[in-house]
Ligand binder design. Structure first.
Ligand SMILES: CC(C)(COP(=O)(O)OP(=O)(O)OC[C@H]1O[C@@H](n2cnc3c(N)ncnc32)[C@H](O)[C@@H]1OP(=O)(O)O)[C@@H](O)C(=O)NCCC(=O)NCCS
Length: 163
């Protein structure tokens, strides 16, 4: 079945947030933080991760694309076109677990890269976690080169009355 990639519409928001919380279990910094510290401020990692999509949409809604299969949204990619820097950034990407391994993730990235080129951008950036085996295979196979590794830290803050 053919995959159709189109620009995001506001009516896609809840679907792509649902895909996000389903997809990022095990491959998200927010989930790692919760594993060590538990829910924070009465919010769980799903709420935190889904909020990233709100931010992505607020920043550059025309840079968000969804993949449809038989009229259903089964994946998305968020991008940010940093024109001053000449850089296209891909903050988030997910495909429904039922539809993975069919090339939809690759098509979404290629679509985003082609959009960056049309916009006159010269470079593209994407990140993945060390624990994400798919990203580390997929991104270099599309032409991305590793440029850095980063370590994320988190700590619990003591309440002021205990200090
Ligand atoms: C990353 C993701 C979007 C890829 O979507 P997809 O539609 O399955 O991607 P594709 O089918 O285009 O390609 C997946 C590639 O990863 C490979 N792959 C699949 N599982 C793998 C694994 N466990 N380890 C290494 N590579 C793997 C596939 O063989 C394929 O490579 P190929 O094109 O050379 O055959 C999807 O796996 C996903 O939503 N993951 C959870 C969220 C996530 O990790 N997002 C990215 C954050 S950086």
């Amino acid at each position: 079945m053919d995959v159709h990639i189109r620009t995001y519409r506001s009516t896609d928001l809840e679907t792509i947030k649902r895909l996000t919380v389903e997809a990022f279990d095990g491959v998200s910094i927010d989930r790692n933080i919760e594993d060590q510290f538990g829910p924070i401020n009465h919010r769980d990692w799903r709420w935190r991760k889904a909020r990233h999509i709100d931010f992505d949409v607020q920043r550059d809604a025309d840079g968000v694309f969804v993949a449809e299969l038989a009229g259903q949204v089964v994946g998305y990619i968020t991008t940010f076109r940093d024109r001053d820097a000449g850089m296209g950034v891909i903050p988030n990407l997910a495909v429904d677990s039922e539809q993975r391994g069919r090339g939809i993730g690759r098509q979404l990235i290629e679509f985003a890269l082609s959009n960056f080129r049309k916009e006159g951008l010269t470079h593209a950036k994407i990140e993945t976690l060390d624990q994400n085996d798919v990203g580390q295979g997929l991104y270099p196979s599309l032409g991305f080169r590793e440029v850095a590794r980063q370590i994320h830290y988190c700590m619990e803050l003591e309440s002021p009355k205990n200090l």
